[in-house]
Design a protein around this ligand. Structure first.
Ligand code: DER
Length: 235
């Protein structure tokens, strides 16, 4: 499909530009675009990858590294990362991202912050001016299960009356993250999403919130594959 082709285009372009010979510690994000990132890194060859280590951002990400027969590293051993490449649910004109559609944003944010270079790869649907224009599910908020009802109430008051616990599809009950927490999706009106950092800080301060799926002032560049085979780069 043209969406898969555009994901691959974004991923290959970003890897070619940001995963260079001298880069030895590489953070691998989560979602359906990063498999194309791993595919392109593997294509750099055994020689290029033999002395590299790859840090995962969750179970799915770890499985990608393992099945790609790449060396798996632990963030405890490599607190400093050369480059982290990850997907996003939406990216605005200032490179702020909504992330967490895959409920992996806690570890993703740790590796994004630990990296000298954090780069986002996505298909054209994620390329926005204002967060919330295309991704309408809301800001993903990872919460401690013990506190979820309280956080839900606070989010309603904060400006997201439609905030709701993310329920699982093939499992009874809520989605549970790799960290054993719940996720609340909190849609906010456009006027609040014009200043994502302000919303991020308010949500982060709510007791029981573990991490917020707003990545502000973190990405160095974002690559979007387009339907016509071109690539849009924001930086
Ligand atoms: O959850 C996340 O932040 C992931 O990066 C995910 O949202 C990326 O989405 P994708 O499957 O469209 O790459």
């Amino acid at each position: 499909s043209d969406i898969e082709a555009s994901k691959r285009l974004a991923a290959w372009t970003a890897v070619d530009r940001h995963v260079l010979r001298e880069h030895k510690v590489i953070g691998i994000g989560s979602g359906s675009t990063v498999p194309y990132v791993v595919e392109r890194i593997i294509a750099q060859g055994r020689e290029a990858n033999k002395d590299r280590v790859f840090i995962p951002t969750g179970f799915q990400s770890k499985e990608l590294i393992v099945s790609g027969q790449l060396l798996l590293g632990d963030v405890d051993q490599y607190p400093r990362i050369d480059v982290t490449i990850d997907g996003a649910d939406e990216v605005d004109k200032d490179l702020n991202c909504i992330k967490g559609g895959g409920a992996c944003h806690l570890r993703e944010k740790v590796l994004a912050e630990a990296a000298d270079t954090f780069v986002v790869v996505a298909d054209y649907r994620k390329n926005s001016d204002v967060l919330g224009h295309n991704y309408s599910a809301g800001v993903p908020v990872e919460v401690a299960p013990f506190a979820y009802a309280k956080v839900l109430q606070n989010l309603h008051v904060l400006g997201s009356p439609k905030a709701a616990l993310r329920m699982a599809v093939k499992k009874a009950g809520p989605v549970v993250s790799d960290n054993g927490n719940f996720v609340i999706d909190a849609p906010f009106p456009e006027e609040l999403m014009l200043d994502p950092y302000s919303i991020l800080t308010k949500i982060k301060m709510l007791t029981g919130v573990v991490e917020v799926g707003l990545f502000c002032h973190m990405a160095k560049a974002a690559y979007f594959g387009n339907q016509d085979g071109s690539v849009t780069v924001k930086w």
